[in-house]
Ligand binder design. Sequence first.
Ligand code: SAM
Ligand code: SF4
Length: 468
Amino acid sequence: MKKKLYIKTYGCQMNMYDSARMADVLAPLGYAPSDSPEGADMIILNTCHIREKAAEKVYSELGRLREVQAGKAETGGRTLIAVAGCVAQAEGEEMLRRAPQVDLVVGPQTYHRLPELVARAERAGPGRGILDTDFPEEDKFDRLPEESRPQGPAAFLSIQEGCDKFCTFCVVPYTRGAEYSRPAADVLAEARRLVAQGTREITLLGQNVNAYHGEVPDGRGDWGLGRLTRELAEIDGLARIRYTTSHPRDVDDELIAAHRDVDALMPFLHLPVQSGSDRILEAMNRRHTADTYRRIVDRLREAQPNLAMASDFIVGFPGESDADFGETLRLVADIGFAQAYSFKYSPRPGTPASTVETQVPEEVKKERLAGLQQLLGEQQLAFNHRTVGRRLPVLLDRHGKKPGQLIGRSPYMQSVHVDAPARLLGRIVDVDITEALPNSLHGRVATAICESGADSAMDNQHVERAAI
Ligand code: SAM
Ligand code: SF4
């Protein structure tokens, strides 16, 4: 009989990818994914350490799960609880001490060992939690089985992990370990399998994805991300390539040229800058200036005039003055972002910035965040408005909330809602954009295509070239 596996994923796309792979690893043991924790034989919390009070949120979720465990025990069964991901890595032993209902604590680099760990946890019995937060010698990706389920029209593919940059605010180098790139042959093989299962768009993932330097298929040297995208674009049926998250320091000539030459590479780039002040960028150990960032964006836009930019910002980093914050606003005004994530700085235990004395008061952080988000929100809405009246190719990748509605992504990562028959799911269709909202667009599938059902016309990727 199948065992029920419930995975709750927190945080970024890398965690979503990891969760899918954990399900793959556990499938041979008879575990099949389930939508709810109730009655599950195993629950995995795949955690993220980036947001504030991340660990506390996991502990309170674990409190709730104790009841689920008790309910299962009443029927004579057992629910194994595993905590995976970056909170697991950071908390380690402490998690087993504070939450004895946890059977397994497993870090992001060791989840390929889950079958063995689960067997050990089953033997050990309740209250005798097992910990594996190593940074192992063996290659996790080598030990993972092939993906067991189709990922759908838009899929993630992890190509790089970890980080050696040690920004002074960030836990990633401690929780995800040293930078590592998967060999190019493995990435190409996984991409081909995804496409064979119906995937049209692949988002390449990595903490610093453009630091990618994967061993080439003949083992002689490395490919950077620019070269990798060129090779991926050769895969028949793969219409769209994206990558996230990148670091300004690792944008090289080859990657810029790929944005010029590779049609499948979508004209949208998430390139976090964090601050517009050189003083703060230095204190963050970002190793570039605000003007270097401006120049990189200029070069990228020269190569791909339609490029829509997205970024991450931190306000209230220790020592940030009004003038420093003003520099951030100036940079935002100069670049013009189509999307952005912005956060108040929050100290992460163990990171250098957390012990600096010049912490910015909460009130000031709040005010600066509101000011920045106002400006970024206006830019996003203005960007969305500029697409109204245009015809954009949209990959319809999911059902909407309303009956008969499908949702997809424009080349610029905007969510586009259309009324369309379910048979168009997974296809790239031309959509006339009729309305722009802050976080989405509405449109009509181009009539000629919809009425004629001329699917072949829709199989082509028409990347818009008109300036927007
Ligand atoms: N590798 C990417 C880069 O270098 O920009 C970012 C990865 S990080 C997982 C995602 C985002 O979380 C960062 O870009 C930053 O804006 C935010 N972040 C990370 N640590 C933070 C902290 N201590 N306080 C507030 N925001 C933080
Ligand atoms: Fe964290 Fe990104 Fe800096 Fe690495 S480059 S330490 S992942 S913010």
